[in-house]
Design a protein around this ligand. Structure first.
Ligand code: ADP
Ligand code: MG
Length: 201
C-alpha cells in the first residue's frame, strides 16, 4: 500500500531531480523555446517542498492536490498549469483514503494525464510532455520500472518530431532534431516515482 509519506517522498525526489537537471532542461528549452523550463520547474518544486513542510496534508490525494495547486500558482510558463493539472487531477481521482494501491495510483495517473491532454489540446506525437507521460502511464500497469523506462524512451523519441503545440510549434520544421524539454522533465518525474517505489529515493 502507498501511504501519505510515499507521495511526499515522490515529490521530494522529483524536486531533487529538477534541481539536479535544471540546467539541462533550460538548455533544451533554449533550443526550441525560451530557455526557462528548468527555472520554471525549480521555482515550482521549491514552492511544493515549502508548502508540504508548512502544511500537513492528510492522505495521498491531499498531498497531490496541494502540490498541484502550488505549481499552478508559482510557475508562469505553460508547464505550470499542465503539471499542476496532472497532480491535482490525479490527487482528486485518489480521493481521501489514507492509502492507495499501485493499481489505484496507475488509474488515477491515467485520469491526470487525460486532463493534461484536454487542457493543452495536445496528443501523442505533438512533441510535448504527453509523449513521455502517455507511454509511462500505460506501462504503469506492468510496473513502476517499466513506466520509468517507457517515459524515458518517449522523451528520447521526441527528437525527430516536429512540435505542434506550445512555444516550440512556432519554429515549425526547425523544432525537428531537438528533445522536448517538457517530455524530458516528465521522464524525470516518472523516474522519481519508480525510484521512490524501489526505495532508492
Ligand atoms: P513555456 O513554453 O511557457 O516557456 P515551459 O518552458 O516551462 O513553458 O514548458 C515548455 C514545455 O511545456 C514544452 O516542452 C512542452 O513539453 C510543454 N507544453 C507546452 N505546450 C503544451 C501543450 N499544449 N500540451 C502539453 N504540453 C505542452
Ligand atoms: Mg519555456
Amino acid at each position: 500500500m502507498l501511504e501519505t509519506d510515499f507521495f511526499r517522498r515522490w515529490l521530494t525526489a522529483a524536486a531533487a531531480a529538477v534541481e539536479r537537471e535544471a540546467g539541462r532542461l533550460t538548455e533544451l528549452d533554449s533550443a526550441i523555446g525560451d530557455a526557462d523550463h528548468g527555472s520554471n520547474l525549480q521555482r515550482g518544486f521549491r514552492a511544493v517542498i515549502a508548502v508540504l513542510e508548512k502544511e500537513n496534508p492528510a492522505g495521498p490525494g491531499a498531498v497531490l492536490i496541494l502540490a498541484g495547486r502550488q505549481l499552478i500558482s508559482t510557475v508562469g510558463g505553460a508547464s505550470g498549469p499542465l503539471y499542476g493539472t496532472l497532480l491535482r487531477r490525479t490527487g482528486k481521482a485518489l480521493g481521501d483514503s489514507p492509502e492507495v494501491t499501485p493499481a489505484q495510483l496507475a488509474e488515477a495517473l491515467r485520469t491526470g494525464v487525460a486532463a493534461v491532454a484536454q487542457l493543452g489540446g495536445a496528443k501523442a506525437g505533438d512533441k510535448t510532455m504527453l509523449d513521455s507521460l502517455e507511454p509511462a502511464v500505460e506501462a504503469l500497469g506492468a510496473s513502476f520500472t517499466a513506466a520509468a523506462e517507457a517515459g524515458e524512451k518517449g522523451a528520447l523519441a521526441t527528437v525527430p518530431l516536429q512540435a505542434r503545440k506550445g512555444r516550440a510549434s512556432y519554429l515549425g520544421e526547425r523544432s525537428i532534431g531537438h528533445q522536448d524539454p517538457g517530455a524530458t522533465s516528465s521522464a524525470l518525474l516518472i523516474t522519481a516515482l519508480a525510484d521512490t517505489a524501489e526505495g532508492t529515493a
